[in-house]
Write a protein that binds this ligand. Structure first.
Ligand SMILES: Cc1ncc(COP(=O)(O)O)c(C=O)c1O
Length: 362
């Protein structure tokens, strides 16, 4: 017997996702926060955790956390589902609404998890390339193509909108997203993983349009990537369906408590966002000054950069040799691009100095 003969044919074709190891001196590849939470907050999380029984399963519906989140997001607690990272929310939404015979629209380049779990659900991803600008301007949705082929068409079940988009870094025009919401005949998943850096949102529309599901995370502005907490904001009909698919005990005690404590520290989160936005704007200015690099505008904690001389493998490898890791992406439209997460002052400086050196050496 060969395992290759047993595995599902569509799964066999996938590549495993192997994240870069974390031993590099400068780690700017995964859009994490460069600022860890202070020890006092860690102590507070621990003191909440240690009073609980570790021997029992912890709250399967994350009720206390949802109550706090409801205040933060200004929706009802029954319009929220908490997941093991927003990755899990994406997976559960696809398992609930995609599946065999369904088609899922993904404007690309996009967050790769959309396509992977579309395939694992048995559905077919339909990639619509974004319009790539020549200069430092936002990448745009190809609305002409979208209008012509995908709106008011029963063939398509899900439309992903990443807002702002990872990896391109900017928002799509609000009127384009509204046009999609109003004219798409299926579910529109709006991924707001980077919401806190720019604060534009579609959450207010979850009850005006029945077909919106918004996703957010604690991994970026809330500085809690290690805890794996993400959440869905959607109307109750969507939430009820998702609960049929979600794992019963998907979030551990520690993570629920950590997220709950952080929701009491919004002023800390806001300060982190302001710091990151300032660092990002400075990094963008500095990158613009380097000959050979075109950084795209960003409203997130990362910047996508085009290297004007073409393929980026060499630059990427030379940075790795200096123990600096940024992100090389698979999408063909990004053959000449690398994505840089915003680091602290020191890491950004090391990156900039090395990039200048590498490009000068040629
Ligand atoms: C657009 C987008 N959505 C979702 C995620 C997943 O975040 P997490 O699973 O850590 O909540 C990421 C992570 O980088 C992301 O960039």
């Amino acid at each position: 017997m060969r395992i290759k003969d047993l595995v599902r044919k569509d799964v066999e074709k996938l590549e495993p996702y192997i994240p870069a190891p974390s031993y590099y001196d400068v780690k700017l590849n995964a859009n994490e926060s460069p600022f860890d939470i202070p020890d006092e907050i860690k102590e507070e999380i621990w003191s909440e955790v240690k009073d609980e029984k570790f021997s029992l399963y912890y709250d399967p519906t994350a009720l206390e956390l949802r109550e706090k989140l409801a205040r933060y997001t200004e929706v009802e607690k029954d319009e929220l589902v908490v997941g093991n990272g927003s990755d899990e929310i994406i997976m559960v939404l696809l398992f609930t609404f995609a599946g065999p015979q369904r088609k899922v629209i993904i404007p690309t380049p996009a967050f790769p998890v959309y396509e992977t779990f579309t395939r694992i659900s048995g559905a077919q991803p339909v990639r619509i390339p974004l319009i790539k600008p020549d200069k430092s301007e936002p990448w745009q949705l190809d609305m002409e193509k979208i209008r012509e082929n995908y709106l008011n068409n029963d063939e398509y079940g899900i439309f992903f909108v990443c807002y702002p988009n990872n990896p391109t870094g900017s928002y799509f025009p609000e009127e384009h997203v509204m046009e999609i919401i109003e004219n798409f005949n299926g579910l529109v998943i709006i991924d707001e993983a980077y919401f806190e850096f720019g604060r534009k949102s579609f959450v207010n529309y979850i009850n005006r349009y029945e077909n919106i599901a918004v996703i957010r995370t604690f991994s970026k502005a809330f500085c809690l990537a290690s805890m794996r907490i993400g959440y869905l904001i959607a109307n109750k009909d969507i939430v009820n369906e998702v609960y049929k698919v979600k794992l019963p005990y998907n979030i551990g005690l520690f993570s629920q408590k950590a997220a709950k404590v952080m929701l009491d520290k919004i002023s800390y989160v806001n300060t982190v966002c302001e710091k990151i936005n300032t660092l990002r704007n400075k990094l963008y200015q500095e990158l613009s000054k380097i000959e050979g690099i075109t950084p795209y505008p960003s409203i997130t904690n990362f910047i996508l950069c085009r290297f004007n001389d073409g393929p980026v493998d060499e630059v990427y490898q030379k940075l790795i040799q200096k123990s600096i890791i940024i992100r090389k992406l698979e999408d063909p439209a990004l053959y000449d691009c690398l994505r840089i997460s915003v680091g602290d002052e020191k890491d950004n400086r090391i990156l900039l100095d090395n990039l200048k050196l590498i490009l000068k050496e040629g």
